[in-house]
Design a protein around this ligand. Structure first.
Ligand SMILES: O=P(O)(O)OC[C@@]1(O)O[C@H](CO)[C@@H](O)[C@@H]1O
Ligand SMILES: [Mn+2]
Length: 430
């Protein structure tokens, strides 16, 4: 997996790094919230499944407490053992990591940040899958549902704006650029960076766009527009690799609707997660719950969008996927070898939007690249189709910046790489 040609992956080996802070503080905080949620669920579980349900909750809380202790005391990470179809993929990496350490298993403060953080969410799911009655239990569900509910005003504002935009008929560069930026900034609403603290969209998603333009450090929206215009006479397929539920998902569905309604594309494939992931990432149940909530809304416009989008699913113009690769520890340069079926599927796309920070970290291998490293080089061979990353910076990794940009911003705002205030719209042609 590792190559000496490439910089090291980010890791908590080094105190003072954001990886160290995440693994030492933020992940235990997130896990503690999951344990509390599990414990609170035991009464409901007893109601639904009797004593077996309550015992399931106790066993899960025990599994999670052991996981938290393992992470906090830097104990060797253990193999996953729940029989899920990706179990061997995970344990193969654990064995490989152990071999590269002369037989010493990886641990939270010695393995790569990407591996450890993904491992934590996979181990949470292992505890859930080992239960008798909790297999559909999502410890983050309440937070994700609240995230949508507390963004209601922003949803209404954005739905009115989308309605006005669609009334103007064909897309132009300005309307396209605007809907891309709205989806981009929707990525601020992420419950992992906030360690589970409510982080919904409180202000208008449209009004601040002009003010936020200078915070987009790489802006390739024109290259994406030109790609779409160059194929305007043929049916185009758009893929969106989704990130967070709640307001961000709504911005992504608005983007998908805009692209379809203006005939920039003729089909949209939406990819969500196969298990609860990084607190707020969208799962199948989050996706369909969100559409149902919109359809059932008292707000007529929200309800009409919910109905329209559910029709797109029914008539096959929108297609959803939940490939297990997206919830592994692998970066995207490994997709072709680890999940050739997914890589092949993505070669049928004409344009892939990848949302959010974790997807960006996986695009560039979560490595300690120089900030001016060319984006294509950091991709390590991942290029199934033209793609564009829409990401707010919430981890200290970024590539493709002009010389000097990082120093200038660092002087102004030392937290610039992890605060979510800055963003990139980074494109790579096939
Ligand atoms: O992918 P997202 O939702 O934009 O961000 C996920 C995230 O908040 O979680 C990790 C920090 O714990 C980082 O990868 C990133 O900051
Ligand atoms: Mn996320």
């Amino acid at each position: 997996m590792e190559s000496n040609l490439m910089p090291e992956r980010l890791s908590a080996k080094k105190k003072g790094t954001f990886a160290f802070k995440t693994i030492a503080d933020r992940l235990p905080t997130i896990l503690t919230k999951v344990i509390d949620t599990t414990y609170q669920y035991r009464l409901k579980a007893a109601e639904l499944y009797g004593e077996e349900g309550a015992n399931d909750c106790k066993a899960l809380a025990g599994h999670l407490s052991k996981l938290r202790n393992c992470l906090q005391t830097d104990k060797p990470l253990e193999e996953i053992g729940d029989g899920r179809d990706d179990e061997e993929m995970w344990n193969k990496v654990l064995r490989e990591e152990t071999e590269t350490r002369d037989g010493v298993p990886p641990s939270a403060f010695t393995a790569s940040w990407l591996y450890v953080e993904c491992y934590m969410y996979r181990s949470i799911n292992e505890g859930i899958r080992k239960s008798q009655h909790l297999r559909d239990f999502d410890p983050f569900r309440n937070q994700k549902e609240q995230a949508l509910e507390t963004s209601r005003d922003a949803l209404i504002t954005l739905s009115l704006h989308l309605q006005e935009t669609l009334k103007k008929g064909a897309a132009n560069f300005e309307s396209f650029s605007e809907v891309i930026q709205i989806s981009l900034w929707g990525n601020k609403c992420d419950l992992s960076i906030s360690a589970g603290v409510e982080n919904s969209q409180k202000i208008s998603p449209v009004e601040p766009l002009q003010r936020l333009r200078p915070y987009i450090l790489v802006n390739h929206v024109e290259q994406v527009w030109k790609l779409l215009q160059s194929h305007s006479n043929k049916p185009l397929r758009l893929d969106i690799i989704l990130d967070n539920a709640g307001f961000e998902l709504f911005t992504d569905l608005c983007l998908a609707d805009f692209m379809m309604s203006t005939s920039l594309v003729t089909s949209v494939h939406l990819h969500y997660k196969a298990m609860p992931w990084f607190v707020s990432d969208v799962t199948a149940s989050d996706f369909h719950w969100t559409l149902q909530q919109l359809s059932d809304s008292e707000d007529k416009l929200l309800s009409s969008f919910g109905n329209k989008w559910r029709d797109y699913l029914k008539n096959g113009r929108w297609i959803v996927h939940d490939h297990p690769f997206w919830t592994t520890c692998h970066d995207f340069s490994e997709m072709k070898s680890v999940s050739p079926d997914l890589y092949k599927e993505l070669t049928h796309s004409d344009l892939i939007f990848l949302k959010g920070d974790l997807n960006y970290r996986k695009l560039v291998g979560d490595r300690e690249w120089s900030h001016t490293e060319p984006y294509e080089r950091a991709l390590g061979g991942f290029n199934p189709a033209p793609h564009c990353a829409l990401r707010t910076l919430k981890a200290d990794v970024v590539v493709g910046l002009q010389e000097g940009v990082d120093a200038k911003i660092e002087a102004r705002n030392p937290e610039w790489m992890v605060s979510g205030e800055y963003a990139v719209i980074q494109f790579s042609a096939k």
